[in-house]
Design a protein around this ligand. Structure first.
Ligand SMILES: Nc1nc2c(ncn2[C@@H]2O[C@H](COP(=O)(O)OP(=O)(O)OP(=O)(O)O)[C@@H](O)[C@H]2O)c(=O)[nH]1
Ligand SMILES: [Mg+2]
Length: 560
């Protein structure tokens, strides 16, 4: 019963349901076909319809392959071409006059300016997936008769996650591009001049024959006087590239690309057949790089239990499975810690965390039996909060601190050389002030794993390995006491040798044991990292406010 509507909608031969699908997907495609023989086809399975179904399948396949190509739905690096909208052209129009009452006055309106492209941040985004590869501001409308100016083009807003770094890497003015192309073609000066006129001036030869070079020249001079002729785009050397580090939410949008000026109508040229074109702004290429901003980052080899630990700490339920590279994209969860030491988890101590496929199968059975199934843990968690039956966060309990934690794809030796998922994940932990090494205690030599992890972080970025303040030895349930003690001793000795102060915590993520100790440690680390950052910010502000001094005489420089 549940599957029936889905199957009927997906049936490529059923006229009615395909038709409904199409209205949702592409109205223009539907319009194109609705006038054809479909309505005459009483069976509802006409040739045209098979074409549409094929087209839909082709599009879906294309979209799916694109998604796969980008590793599911997470993108953290992207090049985007941005251009402000083109200005609309000025109009050539003449006022209607009575017969014999002299020449008509020009009355063409100016073109509207093009829309600009702005950028803003959204705390609800955690990937660059929603970004288009080409963003263009709306085009300004052309002017029209009776001095009607064209409408302004619409502004476009790009929304990115907090933590995105934006860098302008290429900028090419349309005028410069045309000139370069003309030089490549080897055109002579006369031809170049003509082309330039055509680029900037609109003419209407229908109103009184061919436009003479003198008329063009006059129009050029007038536009030059208004600084609307041959608008140059400064190169990246002349005007530094735009660089934004959006590590804080933006309070208001920032301009990336300005829309072009609109053209001028024929009254400006005092001519019946000359107006000017709108300005086509330069094309800018931006590099977008997302460095997620979680307070805590989990780092470890594949299968060490990072996702299981995220599940223990938060209401989030990431994919958990007994094979490597289950997690392909960084996941961020929020840990809320309450005054009584409890935290935001719906699990009881010792409660087993099942692998995702087991959980899904059980849910399916429960659904068939008609039992209530929460689609994910977040809603189960919310339901329990509502009922007040959850540990921590009950009515009257106060939240002490809240921090974010990222579960990352597993790291492989040579990840710093981009082996495995390499940089894509190292990029996202780079900004977490607290890193947690997650080691599998059941493996032969966890201390060797720790050594490799540290080396990888260090070779990716100097000093990064020292940011880790915690070593978690997971799967503590899988080792016998003596073996466990020996392994822990080796790790502690290794840390002592390096003179590193790291907390070592043994736990079992799968059975939700020992998590309280991890929560307490993380709270301490996050609090001191935040204080440190606050101090740094205050210091930076102080440096900015201090008057600049020249030489050793302490003379104040006059700020102009
Ligand atoms: N016995 C035991 N098994 C665990 C423990 N923690 C995790 N596991 C199991 O280890 C396997 C891997 O767990 P994940 O949480 O998916 O590991 P991961 O580090 O996220 O793995 P990748 O996403 O592939 O990098 C799963 O089968 C878990 O059930 C634990 O404490 N004890
Ligand atoms: Mg995982």
């Amino acid at each position: 019963m549940i599957l029936l509507p889905f199957i009927r909608t997906a049936c490529p031969r059923c006229h009615h349901h395909i038709r409904r699908n199409l209205t949702q997907i592409n109205p223009s495609l539907l319009r194109q076909y609705s006038s054809s023989s479909v309505s005459d086809d009483t069976q509802g399975h006409s040739e045209d319809f098979q074409d549409i179904a094929g087209e839909l399948r082709r599009r879906k396949r294309k979209a799916d392959s694109k998604r796969r190509q980008y590793g599911n739905t997470f993108i953290d690096h992207l090049l985007v071409t941005v251009r402000g909208g083109k200005g609309g052209s000025g109009a050539c129009a003449l006022q209607a006059t009575l017969k014999g009452s002299g020449p008509s006055a020009p009355c063409g309106g100016n073109g509207g300016s093009g829309g600009s492209v702005y950028i803003t941040t959204s705390p609800s985004l955690s990937s660059l997936t929603t970004l288009k590869k080409r963003v263009i501001g709306g085009q300004g409308a052309s002017g029209s008769g009776a001095h009607k100016h064209g409408r302004r083009g619409e502004d476009v807003l790009i929304t990115v996650p907090v933590g995105t770094i934006v860098k302008e890497i290429r900028r090419e003015g349309e005028e410069e591009r045309s000139v370069r192309e003309e030089n490549d073609l080897g055109l002579d000066e006369e031809e170049k001049r003509k082309r330039k006129w055509q680029r900037w001036i609109v003419t209407h030869p229908s109103a009184g024959g061919e436009v003479s070079p003198e008329e063009y020249k006059d129009a050029e001079d007038l536009l030059k006087r208004e600084n609307r002729w041959n608008i140059r785009t400064p190169s990246l050397e002349e005007q530094p590239p735009i660089e934004l580090d959006l590590d804080q939410p933006l309070t208001e949008p920032v301009l990336l690309a300005k829309g072009g000026l609109g053209g001028l109508g024929n009254p400006f040229f005092n001519s019946p057949r000359v107006s000017s074109k709108g300005f086509l702004p330069p094309t800018q290429t931006f590099e977008f790089e997302l460095k997620l901003l979680a307070d805590v980052g989990l780092v470890g080899f594949p299968n060490s239990g990072k996702s299981t630990i995220l599940r223990c700490l938060t209401g989030k339920s990431p994919e958990i499975a007994g094979y490597e590279f289950t997690t392909l994209n960084p996941q961020i969860g929020v840990v809320r810690v309450f005054d009584n030491g409890g935290w935001s988890s719906d699990l009881g101590v010792g409660e087993e965390i099942e692998e995702s496929w087991v959980k899904r199968e059980k849910e399916e059975v429960a659904r068939l039996l008609g039992e209530e199934v929460f689609p994910d843990t977040t809603s189960r968690y919310n339901a329990e909060v509502r009922e007040g039956g959850r540990r921590g966060g009950k009515k009257g309990e106060v939240e002490r601190i809240r921090f974010t934690i990222s579960d990352n794809p597993g790291l492989l030796p040579m990840a710093s050389e981009n082996v495995g998922l390499g940089h894509s994940f190292l990029r996202s932990i780079e900004r977490s002030p607290v890193l947690v090494y997650v080691l599998d205690l059941s493996k032969t030599s966890p201390v060797e794993d720790l050594r490799v992890l540290k080396n990888e972080l260090e070779s990716y970025k100097k000093g990064l390995s020292g940011r880790a303040g915690v070593v978690v030895l997971n799967k503590g349930d899988m080792v016998v006491e003596q073996e466990g003690k020996e392994k822990i001793k080796k790790i502690e000795e290794y840390l002592q040798e390096g003179g590193e102060e790291m907390e070592v915590i043994v736990l079992s993520g799968k059975y939700n044991l020992g998590i309280q100790g991890l929560v307490n440690t993380l709270v301490g680390k996050v609090e001191s990292a935040r204080e440190e950052r606050k101090r740094e910010m205050e210091e930076r502000e102080r440096m900015k406010a201090e008057p600049k001094r020249v030489g050793s005489f302490g003379v104040r420089r006059l700020e102009v």
